[in-house]
Design a protein around this ligand. Sequence first.
Ligand code: PEP
Length: 257
Amino acid sequence: MTTRTPLMAGNWKMNLNHLEAIAHVQKLAFALTDKDHEAVEVAVLPPFTDLRSVQTLVDGDKLKIKYGAQDVSAHESGAYTGEISGAMLAKLSCTYVTIGHSERRQYHAEDEAVVNAKVKAAVKHGLTPIVCVGEELAVREAGNQVAHTLAQVDGALEGVPAETVSGLVIAYEPVWAIGTGKVCGEGDAQEVCGAIRGRIAELYDQDTADKVRIQYGGSVKSGNVAKIMEQPDIDGALVGGASLDADEFVKIVRFRD
Ligand code: PEP
């Protein structure tokens, strides 16, 4: 049986400048022990402007905290004002990049084709995509959350080979639970996360499905993370608001305590 190391990733969204980022990562580094790092992989996803500072701190102090970006361009280089390429993120030794976060889908009209192109661009440069999927409230109320989310998974992974997919992270984030304080019930989250793993097995094979890590995201806090993490197909959390409080994020990392 494959054992999947849980991944707790903090999506800072558009918060913390590079000086605040250094202070925040220092707090995390001071609090997290070797035991924490053995049990759980910890990552931060700061704004682009913080990445160089975080890299310097992580490298200089040999920290075990991983880091990555919140988006990547689908393009290699050239006349794409404001965009950041996979090569640029790889040069900063990023491990992860979130792709298709609901805020990118909503405010930047990112559809499945864009998400798929970004996944391929990230993988090409050795980055691990955290592919975000999940339904809006109306879709859940209509009972179509599984079909909707699986269609997003299909679109994101089109043409991506099994050996790549087994190393990916998929974050199931019901849109209505992001930043709202409304956490999805653990059974409801498991329903969709289990269906995502089942779909990977159908599209690829069971071994690939057993290896892919599936996170839950949406108003995760220290008070609700343990129940979510008890679910068999949930391998970590993508944490927004609560990741901005270092003490709270450390409690989330220690969900077993
Ligand atoms: C997110 O930004 O991916 C997220 C899940 O946010 P929050 O934890 O604040 O709901």
